[in-house]
Design a protein around this ligand. Structure first.
Ligand SMILES: Nc1nc2c(ncn2[C@@H]2O[C@H](COP(=O)(O)OP(=O)(O)OP(=O)(O)O)[C@@H](O)[C@H]2O)c(=O)[nH]1
Ligand SMILES: [Mg+2]
Length: 224
């Protein structure tokens, strides 16, 4: 029997990496710090963006790229907060890729933007495999999803520099053990920064905003 053509798959990822590298150069040249925000559907990515926009207002100029299979609901939510947003519809695709982001950038005015957050398609698997040109990957896991998720979906946890454990206001109604999430995530990625927060009550948000602001400032210092 002939062997499976694994090199074809590798070529797709290599082609994507070339596009991601071109995006990255563009971000670096423009001095824009970029985050690829990932999670399963409904974990709270857009809610976090709304809170982040409000929290960083007057401190950091932001723009957002939204990725969804269909609809422009999320981009509308962001624009209502007074921040530029462009919506990518993947029409069934389960993740964003470098090419989609390159095209979306044409629709944004990046003048004086310091922070671009790309909300990926809700999915705990595929988005982790495709670089977009971002400086950091960040993920959300909400407590309603269960504390076994790090060990069941390890790649995203391994690749993300920050893990936001969201919806902690719902902890009394779940059997989620946050300590177990912390331990499994640490086992997969000892350097990962972990936040516990609620986009509903605002608990834990100041720590996230401080971390993010520090990241943007540190990046911009390296650019000068
Ligand atoms: N109780 C509670 N609900 C939350 C919290 N954060 C988000 N939600 C709710 O969870 C639902 C999904 O939130 P979104 O922010 O739309 O989630 P998302 O990850 O952007 O979803 P997709 O883009 O569809 O993948 C909404 O009804 C939010 O109001 C939280 O901290 N606590
Ligand atoms: Mg969303």
């Amino acid at each position: 029997m002939t062997q499976m053509k694994i090199p074809v798959v590798r070529n797709i990822l290599q082609a994507n990496d070339r596009l991601a590298a071109a995006n990255r150069k563009r971000f670096d040249d423009a001095g824009i710090f970029v985050i690829n925000l990932m999670s399963s559907p409904g974990a709270g990515k857009t809610s976090l963006l709304e809170k982040t926009i409000d929290g960083l207002a007057g401190r950091i100029k932001m723009a957002v790229i939204e990725g969804d299979l269909q609809s422009d609901f999320d981009a509308e939510r962001i624009q209502r907060r007074g921040v530029q947003a462009v919506q990518i519809n993947t029409e069934g695709g389960c993740h964003l890729d470098g090419n989609m982001v390159q095209i979306a950038l044409e629709a944004l005015n990046l003048d004086s933007v310091e922070l671009l957050i790309i909300e990926n398609v809700g999915n705990l698997v595929c988005p982790a495999e495709f670089n977009l040109g971002e400086h950091e990957k960040v993920m959300i896991l909400s407590v309603t999803e269960g504390d076994d998720k790090p060990l069941k979906y390890p790649l995203m946890f391994q690749l993300c520099s920050a893990l936001l454990i969201n919806k902690v206001d719902l902890l009394p109604y779940t059997d989620c053990n946050v300590q177990k999430i912390r331990q499994s995530a640490h086992q997969l990625n000892a350097d990962q920064k972990i936040f516990e927060l609620s986009c509903r009550t605002g608990e834990g948000l100041p720590e996230w905003l401080d971390w993010l602001e520090e990241k943007v400032r540190a990046f911009r210092k390296t650019q000068n």
